[in-house]
Ligand binder design. Structure first.
Ligand code: NAD
Ligand code: UFG
Length: 339
């Protein structure tokens, strides 16, 4: 069976992907520096699957250590999740974002080349569609103008991977453009565990529900949308993780670059998220309406046809599932992975 290296695999999306890969019979190696995650994640993944996971504490920028990891293991494909991802922080610390996100990508590509590994899947983002493209987004649209350094790192990394594949005809690259992953594994054992004040909507809602935050501020209600609040394509993290299994199956038989949107194709507004969370979980979310958040687009959602046509993948979970599973994780782990 093939062995998949998950760089940044202890994080939110990586840990859910590890579970789905293990349950599909793949061997998994996780390499993470735990800058935004905890080693406890590895135990939880093993508990859920009953399988063992080889884990390395390593900074993916550290070429010597990554090279050693490739020497010690026969790796068939890499999934590159290792990145810094907080949009606001990237505005304050652009150089750290460019250094971490781009350097990890280059290090992985150099080690892959040296060790003859020809398959890579990259965690990209809907953010690369930028401000110009109309919704719903389709994969052949040109990458747009981003409003922050985080987004630009994704644009640049897509370009780097495309150029690498042009130069090495045996390289197989899949760029997965995620929309808005939320929810948690149905077991409640793994989920999203942001450090400090959450930037993203769903973890903030969950922390209000569990009493860690007093109230949610909904950023803007004067957008040109049905209820005036922004609309996003929220996708259950387990559906997203299953998309990676399909992409791994695909990447082995392919050459060159292929891009897939991973979203549901259906947008929901911030107000709809809050109302669904309240109704499904029978809990009130204290909230107020505030100013728009700089850089937010009114709407972002996928056309998800290509992933269905080419990968045979589509989402299965509903918004109610996403809200229920988020709450199940948060109430069982009020402080995330920390006691
Ligand atoms: P996450 O922060 O939970 O996971 C990223 C993991 O990478 C963390 O465990 C972190 O410790 C690790 N990491 C970061 N830099 C590293 C380095 N130099 N060496 C080793 N490990 C390192 O984030 P996530 O939500 O799981 O996101 C995974 C990927 O998907 C990221 O690249 C992110 O930009 C991308 N993405 C996420 C979203 C989202 O909304 N969550 C949307 C689009 C794209
Ligand atoms: N929101 C609030 N209050 C909050 C947090 C968020 O009202 O406390 C709103 C935002 O204004 C936005 C919606 O909830 O309208 C979703 O916001 P998120 O921060 O959860 O998600 P974004 O769509 O802004 O960002 C996500 C990823 C980024 C990625 C971007 C574009 O987090 O990594 O999608 O793909 F760059």
């Amino acid at each position: 069976m093939s062995t998949i290296l998950l760089a940044g695999g202890a994080g939110y999306i990586g840990s859910h992907t590890a579970v789905e890969l293990l349950e599909s019979g793949y061997d998994v190696i996780i390499a993470d520096n735990y800058s935004n995650s905890c080693p406890e994640v590895i135990n939880r993944v093993e508990e859920i699957t009953g399988k063992s996971v080889k884990a390395y504490e390593v900074d993916i920028k550290d070429k010597e250590k990554v090279d050693a990891l490739f020497s010690e293991n026969k790796i068939d494909a890499v999934i590159h999740f290792a990145g810094l991802k907080a949009v606001g922080e990237s505005v304050a610390m652009p150089v750290a974002y460019y250094r971490n996100n781009i350097d990890t990508t280059l290090t992985l590509l150099e080690c892959m080349e040296k060790h003859g590994v020809k398959n890579i899947i990259f965690s990209s983002s809907a953010t690369v569609y930028g401000e110009e493209n109309p919704v719903p987004y389709t994969e052949e649209m040109k990458r747009g103008t981003c409003t922050n350094p985080y987004g630009w790192t994704k644009v640049m990394m897509e370009q780097i991977l495309e150029d690498a594949a042009k130069a090495d005809k045996d390289l197989s690259v899949v760029l997965l453009r995620y929309f808005n992953p939320i929810g948690a594994h149905v077991s409640g054992k793994i989920g999203e565990d942001p450090q400090g004040i959450p930037n993203n909507l769903m973890p903030y809602v969950a922390q209000v529900a569990v009493g860690r935050r007093e109230k949610l501020t909904i950023f803007g209600r004067d957008y040109d949308t049905p209820d005036g609040t922004c609309r996003r394509d929220y996708i259950h993290v387990t559906d997203l993780a299953k998309g990676h299994v399909k992409a791994i199956d695909y990447v082995f038989g392919a050459k060159g670059v292929e891009i897939f949107n991973l979203g549901t194709g259906t947008p929901y507004s911030v107000t709809e998220i809050v109302e669904t969370f309240e109704n499904v979980n029978n809990i009130k979310i204290n909230h107020v309406y505030g100013e728009r958040r700089p850089g937010d687009l009114a709407e972002s959602y996928a056309n998800a046809d290509k992933a269905l046509k080419v990968l045979g993948w589509k989402t299965e979970k509903t918004l109610a599932d996403m809200c229920r599973d988020t709450w199940n994780w948060q109430k069982n782990n009020p402080n995330g992975y920390r006691k």
